[in-house]
Write a protein that binds this ligand. Structure first.
Ligand SMILES: Cc1cc2nc3c(=O)[nH]c(=O)nc-3n(C[C@H](O)[C@H](O)[C@H](O)COP(=O)(O)OP(=O)(O)OC[C@H]3O[C@@H](n4cnc5c(N)ncnc54)[C@H](O)[C@@H]3O)c2cc1C
Length: 427
């Protein structure tokens, strides 16, 4: 049977120890079968276990194998689209519900870390950095917008203030969110998996769901076993493939790349990011970076539509890093890796039910560390019969990519090229 290891990355190399988790080789019964042990699956499992459900998690590879164990580690609140865009699309009442939840995912992560004593280098503080006056104007209106939904902790940074928090000459200003921050993403996932098991949940690794038998009492089949459940939660996101064809049609896996430098030492690391905040810029194709616990710079950016793995990741990302920080020209890159996130046309998550007992959440389109934690809570609420917040997400309109599965990649790449050009030209 296939044994899929973690891809090589800084995170895999610095992962906390985890117990071996066997593949499913039996027929088991459970209340909820969760497909996928990323943040969506693990957060759902934890909330369900805390509410008395019996939970079995099936993971095709290893806990945190997907985006959850490879991402930039940035706790970025809210969604990949602004609330005013959402409001125009769905109206004030639904926008109010979604706006109220926009900062909840970051709180959930902190509660999880504290309650289950998860060692994942959690640090507070995230900066949105503006490269142009227009982007700064957007941050100002975003702050006003978020305040309208009760999120008043944001601080605008003028050019002098942003220089105090990040040694990059390119920025004209920014916005600081102290409820943002950063984590070692794989260690967060591993800590959450341990929490799931501490509450009696069972996680099978190397156990891909290969078929779902739908019906009143659905069954998930793996190569060597099966799980009969009252409910199924599909949480495979960009790695799900075609297991659920309805979900594949309206989304597109995209790759994004990350590098980790050699340890920089305290002095150089402190000179780049004196308060140890994480940073993302305001471009459509954005760069994001932060320090690790051992003072490396993790730098991410770049998108490959259709999720082909680029041959030389360092050649793509290192120039972006040196543009932001020319002072790192002699620094060695120790790790470079790629991971897939799931893009939707609206860039808003897809949440819903298939029949009455199969639930799903996917496609947060880039900003997913906080949303997926919120999604777990909202999915668990829905299974408990409190679906108001779930429905606020489920009612978001979604459309298939123009060109269908064949042409969606070139069309999306063309769109991104257009926005990338706008970023470069500053309009
Ligand atoms: C390189 C990269 C950098 C990113 N940086 C950031 C960031 O800094 N901040 C941020 O907010 N977001 C970031 N994101 C996005 C964020 O990481 C994701 O949105 C989030 O982790 C998605 O979590 P998930 O649980 O839905 O999916 P995943 O973490 O991808 O988990 C899905 C899991 O399901 C499993 N699976 C799939 N199919 C099956 C099956 N048939 N049977 C069993 N298991 C299956 C997979 O193996 C995988 O482990 C980044 C994404 C990438 C790829």
């Amino acid at each position: 049977m296939a044994n899929t290891p973690y891809p090589e990355s800084y995170y895999a190399a610095s992962a906390n120890p985890a117990p071996p988790r066997p593949a499913l080789q039996d027929d088991v019964e459970t209340d909820v079968c969760v497909i996928g042990a990323g943040y969506t699956g693990l957060s759902s499992a934890l909330f369900l276990l805390e509410n008395g459900f019996k939970v079995t998690v099936l993971e095709a590879a290893k806990v945190g194998f997907g985006a959850s164990g490879r991402n930039g580690g940035q706790i970025v609140n809210s969604y990949s689209r602004d609330i005013d865009v959402i409001e125009r699309s769905v109206g004030p009442q639904q926008a109010q519900l979604l706006g109220n939840m926009a900062f909840e995912g970051g709180r959930i992560i902190r509660e999880r870390v504290a309650k289950y004593q998860i060692q994942c280098d959690l640090k507070d503080g995230g900066v949105f950095a503006a490269l142009t006056a227009k982007q700064m104007g957007h941050l100002e209106s975003q702050k006003r917008l978020w305040e309208r939904f009760g999120h008043s902790q944001l601080e605008l940074l003028d050019q002098r203030r942003i220089r105090e928090v990040v040694a990059c000459e390119e920025y004209v200003g920014g916005m600081l969110d102290m409820s943002g921050g950063h984590i070692h993403p794989l260690n967060l996932a591993l800590g959450e998996a341990a929490a799931v098991e501490s509450l009696g949940g069972v996680i099978y690794e190397q156990s891909p769901a290969v078929r779902i038998e739908r019906g009143a009492s659905p069954v998930v089949h793996t190569p060597q076993g099966k799980v009969r459940a009252k409910f199924i939660i599909v949480a495979g996101n960009a790695y799900l493939g075609n297991l659920v064809p309805e979900l594949a049609a309206k989304s597109m896996p995209c790759g994004t790349q990350v590098i980790a430098t050699e340890p920089l030492g305290d002095e150089l690391a402190h000179s780049l990011l004196p308060q140890d905040y994480c940073v993302e810029d305001c471009n459509y194709l954005l760069d994001y970076y932060r320090l690790t616990g051992d003072k490396r710079l993790i730098f991410g950016g770049g998108v490959v539509y259709g999720a082909r793995d680029p041959a030389n990741i360092e050649a793509i990302i290192r120039p972006k890093m040196l543009k932001a920080f020319p002072q790192l020209k002699d620094v060695k890159i120790d790790y470079a890796w790629t991971g897939n996130f799931l893009l939707t046309l609206s860039r808003l998550p897809q949440v819903g039910r298939l029949g009455d007992n199969i639930y799903y959440s996917q496609g947060c389109s880039g900003h997913g560390v906080t949303y997926t934690h919120l999604a777990g809570k909202v999915l668990a609420e829905a299974l408990r019969g409190q679906a108001e917040r779930f429905d606020a997400f489920a009612d978001l309109p979604h459309y298939p990519f123009p060109g269908g599965q064949l042409l969606r990649t070139p069309f999306a790449a063309m769109g991104a090229w257009y926005y990338g050009l706008r970023d470069k030209l500053g309009f």
